[in-house]
Write a protein that binds this ligand. Structure first.
Ligand SMILES: NC(=O)c1ccc[n+]([C@@H]2O[C@H](COP(=O)([O-])OP(=O)(O)OC[C@H]3O[C@@H](n4cnc5c(N)ncnc54)[C@H](OP(=O)(O)O)[C@@H]3O)[C@@H](O)[C@H]2O)c1
Length: 311
């Protein structure tokens, strides 16, 4: 019997925000949350792609309650403008930090703010967003922040002294570093939230190895060519579709089984049913996290006010 889809709780009356929601894992995450009755804010950098995703979601779920929020996570100004909108929300019960550059540039590039582009997009933008919307999450009862980690965290070191990759850049290291930074920050935030007695949980989840060619066709959102499907199916022993890869993220965002500081991913590492997993030592190293946090505050230009809303 297939494990997919996992049973999720009803989410009526709850609001979730998903970054990078117009494609891939973010789209399927948003669709499942809406299917459970949540109000879902689909966030993305491009209004046309967001509109296409909303249309596709409504095609599947005509009664879905959805909204959109434009944010380019590589730009601190865009993140700040979006955060200002979120600060006016009545409530926010879950923030899924999914947006990411997966196909990273071959040569080092910089964001509009002068940070290495992959670090800026995958890590610093989300760090800045959390810093500015955490008080909204802390007003809700038992809200969650879910960070998208990656198996690449098991396959790369973490050069904390050259996170901007100014000395030596390669596309793979840029991606792996951005994901290790994401995981480290997710776990550090969990420690800080726990210590502050905050009602918010910070949870890291990864989708294994989830690829487009094994994903159901969604016109306007996910429509790989026959050739891509053929090639991707050759990898089927160790891959899954993005709809399945979203399930550990959804467990982290909604399930009573998922707790502050947890790490969730597919039971078979690259594929399979969601299971609680053990992250790498680097991801949970408090000294590494403290240094990273300090650098992130400096580069993102924000601090993260843990426990601030509780007085
Ligand atoms: N797929 C996997 O096997 C895998 C494994 C480990 C971790 N992950 C993580 O899962 C997340 C989603 O991956 P995916 O496979 O679903 O990738 P995807 O299909 O390429 O989707 C990426 C999403 O992020 C958005 N995005 C990219 N740059 C952005 C920016 N500057 N501002 C706002 N949004 C931006 C994209 O928007 P546009 O359409 O505008 O580009 C898109 O919506 C990523 O964080 C990735 O690192 C994926």
């Amino acid at each position: 019997m297939s494990w997919y889809p996992v049973a999720l709780p009803r989410l009526d009356g709850r609001t979730y925000l998903v970054t990078g929601a117009n494609a891939g894992l973010g789209f399927f995450t948003s669709a499942r949350l809406a299917g459970q009755g949540a109000h879902v804010v689909l966030s993305g950098r491009n209004p046309e792609r967001l509109a296409a995703a909303v249309a596709a979601l409504r095609e599947r779920l005509p009664e879905a309650s959805v909204d959109t929020l434009v944010v380019d996570t590589s730009s601190l100004a865009s993140v700040g403008a979006a955060a200002a909108e979120v600060q006016a929300f009545d409530r926010l019960d879950g923030l899924v930090l999914n947006a990411g550059m997966v196909h990273t540039p071959r040569a080092r590039e910089e964001s509009v703010d002068g940070n290495e582009l992959v670090l800026a997009t995958n890590h610093l933008g989300h760090f800045a967003f959390v810093g500015q919307v955490l008080p909204v999450l802390e007003r809700s009862d038992a809200a969650r922040i879910v960070w998208l980690g990656s198996l690449s965290s098991r396959l790369s070191g973490f050069g904390i002294d050259d996170l901007q990759l100014e000395r030596r850049y390669d596309a793979w290291t840029a991606y792996a570093h951005s994901k290790i930074a994401t995981q480290s920050t997710g776990f550090e935030l969990a420690r800080r939230l726990g210590a502050a007695g905050s009602p918010v949980a910070s949870i890291v989840a990864h989708p294994g190895y989830s690829i487009s060619g094994r994903t159901p066709r969604v016109p306007g959102v996910s429509d790989p060519s026959t050739g891509e499907r053929f090639v991707d199916h050759l990898q089927s022993p160790f891959t899954q579709g993005k709809h399945r890869g979203a399930e550990p993220v959804l467990v982290a965002a909604t399930s009573p089984d998922a707790l502050n500081g947890d790490y969730w991913g597919p039971v078979g590492w690259t594929k399979g049913a969601p299971a609680r997993q053990v992250p790498t030592r680097t991801s949970t190293d408090a000294a590494v996290a403290a240094r990273l946090w300090q650098l992130s505050e400096q580069w993102a230009g924000v601090s993260v006010p843990v426990g601030g809303a509780r007085g």
